[in-house]
Design a protein around this ligand. Structure first.
Ligand code: GCB
Length: 612
């Protein structure tokens, strides 16, 4: 009997944990900038804590909340005899947002714990209002404390999260906010130990306080129903005591106002829009959409468009779309750092526009929200991805849950962005039954959460020496909407001439997309085109690739070469030509365009004419 009770007790506890996790997930507040926001960006003081002394005691036991040696507790000695072995000081500050690696040479290769501290004053407008602390992204895991109390913890380096600040914890003056940030890599995390990008640690995106009314809109979708050109379908989710009866959706430019009943803190949205201009890459029309409840009004600019596939064709608003893309890392090459600002987004997407792109692949993880918002207004369609990269532990349920969480948060943050057309669940994952099941679950998860967009993943190519045939027959192709693959013919294997005789095929009657191709070149290094690492070699590689594209199967629907700009990578250790950089960029460390940039630009001009 005792054992039965014990089992029952454990089962109940487990259920509570699951419920709590689900709660944390649905809690993500969207369209944060339309709320009452106070930025906590700026200088934060820090402590480097390689041994995690602030978190574990000398027996390596997690410190109690009240432990005065814990780094979330005050660093001020109470009196002359109070021994303090930690302290935050003006001399040690980091900019937030921003990775730590690029801010001081001592951090360049650092992987471990850094404690961040910020003081702030805050008085709410109304005592009944709720206050949240919002992080755009912290890489990788974080524990957040305010005035010595733990607000929560989070894992995942590229997705937003928020914690409520209870009234009992908030002070009017001098709040002591501490965040433990740890970017150590682990085999059972997402991404895993091995990637081809710099593991930039830190509070890499904006930090905000968000004040909301007691009952507030946490999330909503106002988007065209799949396959419909006129029906808007969606929902509004509210949080807090269920006091609201209705929510209205207004689009003043269309003189449209619809009211929907709220039941159980949720309203289902459904209405028809006739005379409106759909969002497209040529005309990225956005409308101001306003949501109103009795206590809250929030607006944002939203575009309405339809994306679908019909057999081998990709259609935007019913018209065939050819993707003139480029892959992008969230990195500013001239400074070798993570991108985090409006100016950064303008630089990266501005370069993509100069190249003649109508599409960007935001690799290999969700980028800053600024990127998808700017893509909305520039008319760039977006492929958005989670860092399920290479050799994730596909056998682990726990890893699958972590990947799902990142997928859910990426979708929730951006599901009103017209620009985002594809949710990608990963990149170059090695074929096996466990991996296919894992990836298939993620595809299903994304589809269920957002039926209005396409799902995909970047796959690998199978080489058959007979007839020099390269085929895309990864079993995951069965479950994706777009069959995407990476190929480096002429760089990893063969010379660019190999492109002339290569044949391509796929068994899937779906749009075929080349999610990567590329070769390295050191910006400013000139030689003949048969000299590896020279701009001329990279130019030749692109010429041969472009010629080969003419012989792609009929379902070939676009390409996003690797990559817009050079980026740091610890895997790249040729001391003469790499020195810690992957130089496949079409733009170099100084922001200069390499010769290959113009080959791709020419190709895109031709393709734009062809698909007019
Ligand atoms: C790939 C990966 C990408 C790498 C690239 C390379 O296939 O998807 O993350 O950076 O190749 O440069 O090798």
């Amino acid at each position: 009997m005792y054992y039965l009770f014990r089992k029952l007790f454990i089962a109940v506890l487990w259920c509570c944990c699951i419920l709590q996790q689900a709660q944390a997930q649905t809690d993500l507040i969207t369209n944060v900038d339309a709320r009452k926001v106070t930025s906590l960006n700026g200088k934060w003081q820090y402590i480097i804590d390689a041994y995690e002394t602030g978190f574990y005691d000398y027996r390596y036991k997690e410190r109690a909340e009240t432990d005065k040696e814990a780094y979330w507790n005050t660093d001020k000695p109470a009196n002359k005899m109070d021994r303090k072995e930690h302290g935050y000081i003006e001399r040690n500050t980091l900019n937030v947002p921003g990775d730590w690696n690029s801010q001081d040479p001592k951090f360049l290769y650092y992987e471990g714990t850094v404690w961040y501290k910020k003081s702030f004053d805050y008085v709410k407008d109304q005592t009944s209002n709720k206050l949240y602390l919002y992080f755009g992204a912290v890489n990788y895991s974080s524990h957040v404390y305010l005035n010595g109390k733990k607000l929560g913890s989070h894992k995942g380096g590229f997705t937003p999260f928020n914690f409520e600040i209870p009234d009992s914890v908030l002070k009017a003056k001098d709040n002591f906010l501490v965040v433990k940030v740890d970017n150590k890599r682990y085999a059972n995390e997402v991404p895993t130990l091995n990637t081809d990008w710099w593991n930039y640690g830190g509070i890499n995106r904006d930090v905000k306080l968000i004040e909301l009314t007691a009952n507030y809109i946490s999330d909503y979708v106002v988007q065209l129903q799949p396959k419909s050109a006129t029906v808007v379908q969606g929902f509004v989710n509210l949080k807090g005591p269920s006091i609201q009866k209705t929510v209205s959706v207004e689009i003043p430019e269309l003189k449209l106002k619809k009211t929907f009943p709220i039941s159980g803190n949720r309203a289902e949205i459904n209405f028809t829009m006739t005379k409106f201009t759909p969002w497209s890459t040529e005309n990225p029309k956005l409308y101001t959409v306003t949501l109103k409840t009795a206590t809250e009004t929030i607006s944002e600019r939203i575009g309405f468009r339809n994306i679908e596939t019909q057999g081998p064709k990709l259609l935007l608003n019913g018209k065939q779309l050819f993707l003139r893309g480029i892959s992008i890392h969230a990195e500013i090459p001239q400074e070798g750092r993570r991108a985090y600002s409006d100016e950064d987004a303008r630089q990266l997407l501005g370069w993509a526009k100069e190249l003649g792109c109508n599409m960007v692949r935001l690799a290999h993880y969700p980028h800053d929200e600024r990127m998808t918002r700017l893509a909305d207004s520039l008319g760039l369609v977006v492929w958005s991805e989670i860092p399920v990269y290479w050799t994730i532990d596909f056998s682990s349920k726990e890893v699958l849950q972590k990947a799902e969480q990142q997928l859910a948060d990426m979708i929730t943050r951006d599901h009103n962005r017209a620009s985002v057309i594809v949710w990608s669940v990963g990149n170059e994952t090695p074929v096996s039954t466990v991996r296919t099941n894992f990836m298939h679950s993620l595809l299903n998860y994304a589809r269920k959460k957002d039926p209005s967009r396409l799902v995909s993943a970047a796959l690998e190519v199978n080489y058959h020496s007979k007839e020099n045939m390269r085929s895309i027959d990864d079993p995951l192709g069965e479950f994706v909407d777009i069959v995407a693959f990476n190929q480096y013919l002429g760089w990893y294997g063969g010379t660019p001439e190999s492109c002339r005789t290569a044949n391509w095929t796929t068994k899937y009657n779906k749009p075929l997309f080349i999610s990567e191709t590329g070769a390295e070149a050191v910006g400013g290094f000139h030689a003949d085109d048969h000299t590896l690492w020279s701009e001329e070699f990279q130019e030749w590689y692109y010429k041969e690739q472009v010629d080969m594209l003419k012989r792609m199967p009929a379902n070939y629907s676009g390409i996003s070469p690797w990559i817009l700009a050079d980026f740091r990578s610890p895997r790249r250790n040729n001391p003469t030509y790499q020195d810690g950089w992957n130089n496949k960029g079409l733009i170099d460390h100084n922001g200069n365009k390499k010769k290959a940039f113009f080959i791709l630009k020419d190709y895109y001009q031709q393709m734009q004419q062809k698909f007019k």
